[in-house]
Design a protein around this ligand. Sequence first.
Ligand code: AMP
Length: 224
Amino acid sequence: MTLNLIFLGPPGAGKGTVAQSVAEKYSLVQISTGDLIRGEVASGSDFGKELAEIINKGELVSDEQVAKMLEEKLKEVYSSGASGVILDGFPRTILQAIELENIFSRIDKKLSAVIYIESSEENIVKRLSSRWTCSKCKKVYNALTNPPKVNGVCDIDNSQLTQRDDDKEETVRTRLAIFNEKTAPLIEYYKKKGLLKSYDGNVPPKESIVEAEKIIDELKNQID
Ligand code: AMP
């Protein structure tokens, strides 16, 4: 049986950092729709140019377009024998959550749980403005809490670290407002389904990872 998790939380709650770490520990594949979208943008395609305009304003890409990208990725990942996935940044609307159920049922998989990382607005703005990402392997650093060994350079492959265009303060505020309006209703949605597991993510990344691991260990005990 596969372990299929959603990491839910506002931008900057640490979803990507925690997902990256636990995916490695439990041999799960992390799928970030933000990374899929940024990959399309980097390809320079016409579709990528369309996407860049949307994400640089901090707005959401259409439910249909993101769901299609995700379904293709999920098929690819399971056909290469993955033991489970961590969805980071999807679903972001109730419609996407419903579409995810359709996708999972088409590929004969099931959602195991939703891990909600709670985070205060103050922490979010602080974290996003100090976030740096490796231009090659996409590893995420934080200038304040998780700096690279050498300033501006990735520990893993020595590539240059870059800051995301949508991490500017004004765009961050738009992204937060959109989270509150469109994504936060998912908390209640998954709570009602009995799938929600929450923890306080207003802690340093290492502690946040430990909290997520506790939840996953418990889930694995129930499944095994
Ligand atoms: P993220 O890396 O998850 O913060 O995503 C960066 C940006 O990509 C978001 O601000 C949105 O513009 C877009 N995006 C990522 N995931 C989704 C999604 N599930 N639905 C709509 N837009 C998305």
